[in-house]
Design a protein around this ligand. Structure first.
Ligand code: CU
Length: 327
């Protein structure tokens, strides 16, 4: 299986500011993830759920900070300003990544068609409502922007961290190893001139010319092997209610106890929906649970999903992949 592509740590430009952080402790009320507060059109407060990292989020934070989300900030379900999220209620029920433009922000790739497969220097900007590249981003999970790249048949997954030039151009080397249509998701929290933070996952297609050989989605399984380690998950996602998912890493039949924090948590889970590649990025509880990494997820709809679980052991990041069927 493909390894997590490793990238040099992103240089964090001066313009990138650190989001207010909850500092970890005392966040039991928020294991599933809520995010408050994006001004839309100047007035409306939107409530967005997607993923969170308890370490970054405290329950009583400023309404404009929090983890990024897979859902656009202005999604209709999020507009009920008065409703209060029970901590486990609706995290993950939205998908993002379906649009190249949302909430006043637009992802603009420098090139979206490539003449041949192979490593490419991807470049793009995130443009604001004024059409100019955004240069201020909040740090979420230790990075100002996360880029997930995968071919539309769910092969070739990469979780990358581009670097930003002072003019707002993001660059990263990505391996578009095979012909076909790829999806690139930019997951970030932009900060506008007024200081308002907007968490988004925008997505664009990238087309690689050549003889396209789409692969079928592997059968659903609760176990995946990556680089000599076996990863299993427990839990059954359902629609409309947040359910736990516990991922445990095993080697030689024993649970690997040495999971290390990676990008501020013990694991990261990207869930993509088959057919439209809707993006659900959930995050774990801050502490290990019986040596495993526990996430909360609410499935957005019936169907098949591909789950990509990034974790770090011995300083090495691996990605375990699973097909999930939601009924
Ligand atoms: Cu990332």
């Amino acid at each position: 299986m493909p390894e997590q592509a490793t990238q040099p740590d992103a240089h964090v430009p001066e313009q990138v500011v650190r989001a207010q952080s909850g500092g970890g402790g005392g966040a039991p009320a928020d294991p599933a993830g809520t995010r408050l507060g994006v001004f839309v059109g100047g007035l409306i407060l939107a409530l967005v759920v997607g993923f969170t990292l308890g370490k970054l989020l405290g329950p009583a934070e400023s309404p404009t900070q929090g983890a990024t989300t897979g859902a656009p900030a202005s999604s209709p379900d999020a507009m009920g300003g008065a409703h209060v999220h029970s901590p486990l209620a609706s995290a993950g029920s939205e998908v993002g990544g379906l649009s190249v433009s949302s909430g006043g922000y637009t992802m603009a790739p420098a090139a979206a068609v490539f003449a041949a497969p192979g490593p490419q220097d991807l470049k793009f900007t995130i443009n604001g409502a004024d059409g100019k590249p955004v240069t201020k981003f909040a740090i979420m999970h230790e990075k100002p922007l996360h880029l997930v790249v995968v071919r539309r048949d769910m092969t070739g997954y990469q979780h990358l961290h581009p670097t930003m030039a002072p003019d707002g151009t993001w660059s990263v080397r990505a391996d578009l190893a095979t012909p076909g249509v790829w999806r690139a998701y930019a997951d970030f929290t932009a900060i506008n001139a007024a200081g308002t933070q907007t968490a988004l996952a925008l997505g664009t297609d990238l087309v690689v010319a050549g003889d396209h050989r789409p692969q079928p989605l592997p059968a659903a399984a609760r176990e995946a092997t990556v680089d000599g380690q076996t990863v299993v998950f427990e839990g059954t996602p359902v629609i409309g209610a947040s359910q736990p998912l516990l991922f445990t890493v095993k080697q030689g039949g024993a649970t690997v106890t040495g999971l290390e924090p990676y990008l501020g948590s013990f694991g990261h889970l990207v869930v993509l929906r088959e057919l439209d590649l809707g993006y659900v990025h959930v995050h774990p509880e801050p502490a290990l649970v019986n040596g495993g990494v526990k996430f909360w997820m609410s499935a957005p709809s019936p169907g098949r999903y591909r789950m990509f679980f990034d974790y770090s052991v011995g300083g090495r990041v691996r990605t375990a992949q699973f097909t999930l069927v939601v009924k």
